[in-house]
Write a protein that binds this ligand. Structure first.
Ligand SMILES: CC(C)(COP(=O)(O)OP(=O)(O)OC[C@H]1O[C@@H](n2cnc3c(N)ncnc32)[C@H](O)[C@@H]1OP(=O)(O)O)[C@@H](O)C(=O)NCCC(=O)NCCS
Length: 184
């Protein structure tokens, strides 16, 4: 698969760019310390800023690989509100999985959908990815709504597909393939 790495993307209200160590303070304040954000994730909300610094450092290290697609989400004024990424799940099959998180103070303003649309366009425009999928717990309707709003299609229910600190979650799977994206 052809890779181009994480390059800056501009949308109407947002800038999506690589994480920097200097983001640590606003990242910690605005979303990594937010318990509501990590509710459906596998990691606990950060208690100290050093946890956020370590997370950033891991991504900074990963940026040396062109197959890394992970952006911080920033309002145009510079405030960081979340992150979004595509994990390449199979290079052989040209496919990846979309994931996103936004601080709860910024929910329901269309930011995740705006970022997700831009990232899907970036991947189909700049790489030869064939399929992007995403899944979310059946108990997380906001995430399901984002997948629908960005043109992904329902593909099925995955029983006990994902384990969080609360146990196993049934998840809905959504996907978009290149042909569908080209028609939008
Ligand atoms: C899922 C998440 C990223 C959505 O971010 P967001 O910026 O609020 O998303 P958007 O504003 O683009 O869209 C959310 C949609 O869900 C809808 N929604 C929110 N809560 C809802 C609920 N309980 N039931 C039904 N719809 C709901 C909103 O009304 C909105 O739809 P609309 O634009 O048609 O009104 C955010 O809630 C989040 O970060 N959650 C924690 C992390 C997470 O679960 N990530 C997904 C798994 S990787």
């Amino acid at each position: 698969m052809k890779h181009v790495g994480t390059k800056t993307i501009e949308t109407k209200r947002l800038t999506l760019r690589r994480l920097r160590l200097t983001d640590a303070e606003m990242m910690f304040r605005n979303w990594t310390s937010d318990d509501k954000v990590t509710n459906f994730l596998r990691w606990d909300a950060h208690k100290i800023i050093d946890d956020t610094k370590s997370m950033i450092q891991q991504w900074v290290n990963n940026y040396q690989y062109d197959s890394t697609y992970y952006w911080g989400i920033y309002l145009k004024e510079g405030k960081m509100i979340g992150s979004i990424g595509i994990t390449i799940t199979s290079d052989y099959d040209f496919k990846g999985a979309l994931g996103y998180k936004i601080g709860s103070r910024f929910w329901n303003q269309g930011y995740s959908s705006e970022a997700a649309r831009a990232v899907i366009d970036y991947m189909f425009n700049n790489t030869d990815i064939e399929r992007i999928d995403a899944f979310s717990s059946v108990e997380n309707p906001a995430s399901k709504k984002v997948m629908e709003k960005v043109g992904m299609h329902y593909e099925g229910l995955l029983r006990h597909y994902y384990k969080t600190r609360d146990g196993f979650h049934d998840c809905t799977l959504y996907g978009i393939i290149r042909e569908e994206w080209e028609q939008t």
